[in-house]
Design a protein around this ligand. Structure first.
Ligand code: DC
Length: 219
């Protein structure tokens, strides 16, 4: 691509955004940003520092005093690679304390916009097309049924050596959907101008191909 362009992919937990964003970025020869990983890293920080989750101000101060970076598919916290550590069920369950915090969102939004200065990016999350990059070149909203998303999450966790209960995962996913869409700041919604893709019956390659064609065909 000749000009710097931002392509956003928003959608609920487990819809395949991260995988698709990484592969689409690779296909387009540009970088990708996993914004959920940034909120996860903030939660990991709180967990490690034994944050009082009922004290949102303290969590903000904690996050402001540390460096969270997501780049080249890797997430670092003060330089330490925490890409694996942020994927545990414990961190997943605590991440809403960071994501629901308006001041932490402000910090993250600024960091995310900085990532796109002077470079093209595929970025994925919940608010990328609606709040962070409303003028994005192409916006997608990727969804899938809760059953399919639970099945995918179970596969991921098994690959990491965990032994998940799929029905429990489905319940957790429904709870996260509810939290994500009811959040006061940066809630999950279909951004204006986004193309909606339901990936329930699609393979990763099919989704990437569709997004690639739709991105290339945009005039
Ligand atoms: O995509 P994920 O599961 O890694 O995201 C982790 C959590 O972070 C998710 O429950 C919602 C939140 N999130 C958010 O609020 N805004 C974003 N841009 C990305 C993620």
């Amino acid at each position: 691509m000749n000009h710097t362009r931002v392509i956003t992919i928003d959608g609920p937990a487990g819809s395949g955004k991260s995988t698709v964003a990484r592969l689409l970025a690779k296909r387009l020869g540009i970088d990708f940003l996993d914004t959920g990983a940034m909120y996860r890293a903030a939660a990991l920080l709180g967990l490690r520092r034994k944050a009082d989750w009922n004290d949102p101000k303290m969590l903000v101060r904690l996050v402001q005093g540390h460096e969270i970076v997501n780049q080249f598919g890797k997430t670092t916290l003060d330089g330490e690679d925490v890409s694996e550590a942020i994927r545990t069920s414990e961190v997943t369950g605590l991440t809403h304390f960071a994501a629901d915090n308006p001041e932490i969102r402000e910090v993250m939004v600024t960091l995310q916009r900085q990532c796109a200065v002077g470079r093209s990016l595929v970025t994925e999350g919940r608010d990328q097309g609606s709040v962070v990059f409303p003028d994005a070149y192409r916006k997608f909203y990727l969804s899938a049924s809760a059953e399919e998303r639970a099945r995918r999450r179970a596969e991921e966790l098994r690959a990491r050596g965990e032994n998940p209960d799929v029905e429990e995962l489905r319940q957790q996913i429904l709870l996260r959907d509810q939290r994500d869409s009811q959040r006061e700041v940066g809630p999950l919604r279909v951004p204006d101008g986004a193309i909606v893709i339901d990936s329930t019956a699609m393979s990763v390659d099919e989704v990437v191909e569709k997004m690639y064609q739709l991105t290339q065909s945009r005039r």
